[in-house]
Design a protein around this ligand. Structure first.
Ligand SMILES: Cc1ncc(C[n+]2csc(CCOP(=O)(O)OP(=O)(O)O)c2C)c(N)n1
Ligand SMILES: [Mg+2]
Length: 351
């Protein structure tokens, strides 16, 4: 018997907006000027939030914070494709997603300041609390997609994680179940090249991360994660496919973590200045600005207004978070258990 090929796959890659701000018209999704402006305004708002959070942490006014600098297009582009009723399972680095979904900025500052009430999503906000244990949100998201399918809800679930997350057992178990049950879930991986101090090539021998989906029987595609139009297109197509009963999709957004892992890290100890310079040239915000300028709807005046509005909203949110009275230690007994044991009741009374 001659050898035969019994399986093969290819990885599609989508690039639309290049570093000079020129878009490939063949792939460009149809977006109005107002829509593109809104995308840009959210990029600026998220970057402003991020800068404020880093500064506040340095002043001792916030706890450890995970910056999104450089990853804004992956987050905002994908979140733009999410519709009312869909559910989102983030990791810990998705402030751009929270902000795009209209999550109150004040609550995000409360959370990073140590007040857990900041991460109880307000009614109607379908985003789960951010998830610190790497990859553990993946089986949760798959479970939610299973429930949606079982109930016949016409929604999709979007699950975010990083390149490091694809090496976790949770990733493989979640992907397997998503594939076997053909679930309405879209996995968005921000491949930011690093898992703390571990570079991507030391962490997986896979040529692309996207191809990992094929092992579980569904499509994986790669996009330029600093290109908001490519990310948006891939996410919108995948969400539509999920709602049309076409099953799961894995989107690998190739991007870069411009900042330290968190404010508790110093990335100068393990990565080169040259690498950072290389990625600076691919800045997602500059790229969209150039596109808008070339298409006649960006000006210095507009930029000034967008920045001023962003600063005003973020400053107001910081003020509101800082004047909110902190919960007492006794509150942990209110939210952690459905009912208290006699011993816990006594502990609560004595607090
Ligand atoms: C289960 C678990 N193991 C280890 C850690 C410590 N840790 C926090 S973030 C991280 C790396 C995550 O890398 P990646 O998935 O690429 O996400 P990124 O931080 O780059 O956004 C690790 C190992 C953790 N939070 N949870
Ligand atoms: Mg990473």
């Amino acid at each position: 018997m001659p050898e035969r090929v019994v399986g093969s796959f290819h990885i599609k890659r989508i690039d639309i907006l290049d570093e000079k701000g020129d878009a490939d018209s063949a792939l460009m999704p149809s977006l109005s000027e107002a829509y593109v402006r809104r995308m840009y305004e959210l990029l600026i708002l998220s970057r402003t939030f991020d800068q404020f959070a880093l500064n506040l942490q340095r002043e001792g006014r916030l706890g450890t914070y995970a910056s999104i600098l450089g990853q804004e297009a992956s987050q905002i582009g994908s979140a733009f494709a999410i519709e009312k009723g869909d559910w989102i399972f983030p990791s810990f680095r998705e402030m751009g997603v929270y902000i795009t979904m209209g999550y109150p900025l004040q609550m995000l500052f409360q959370y990073w300041g140590g007040d857990e009430r900041g991460i109880s999503p307000p009614e109607g906000n379908h985003i789960f609390p951010l998830c610190i244990p790497v990859g553990t949100q993946i089986p949760h998201a798959v479970g939610a997609a299973m429930a949606a399918k079982y109930r016949g809800d016409n929604i999709a679930v979007v699950c975010y994680f990083g390149d490091g997350g694809t090496s976790k057992g949770d990733f493989h178990e979640g992907f397997n179940m998503a594939g076997v049950f053909d679930l309405p879930v879209v996995f968005v991986c921000q491949n930011n090249q690093w898992a703390i101090s571990v570079p991507r090539e030391n962490q997986t021998a896979s040529q692309t991360l996207a191809q990992k989906a094929y092992a579980y029987g569904f499509e994986g595609i790669q996009v330029d994660g600093n290109d908001i139009f490519a990310v948006y297109k891939a996410a919108a197509d995948a969400l539509k496919k999920a709602k049309d009963k076409g099953g799961p999709t894995f989107i690998e957004c190739v991007t870069y973590r411009m900042s330290d892992h968190t404010t508790a890290d110093d990335a100068t100890r393990y990565r080169s200045k040259e690498e950072i310079e290389l990625w600076k040239a691919k800045d997602p915000v500059v790229r969209l600005k150039l596109f808008m300028e070339k298409n006649g709807f960006w000006s210095e005046k507009y930029q000034g207004e967008v920045e001023a509005d962003a600063k005003a909203s973020v400053s107001a949110a910081v003020r509101a978070a800082e004047i909110t009275e902190l919960p007492g230690g006794r509150d942990m007994f209110t939210y952690t258990y459905e009912s208290l044991t006699a011993r816990q009741k006594k502990q609560a009374e004595d607090f």
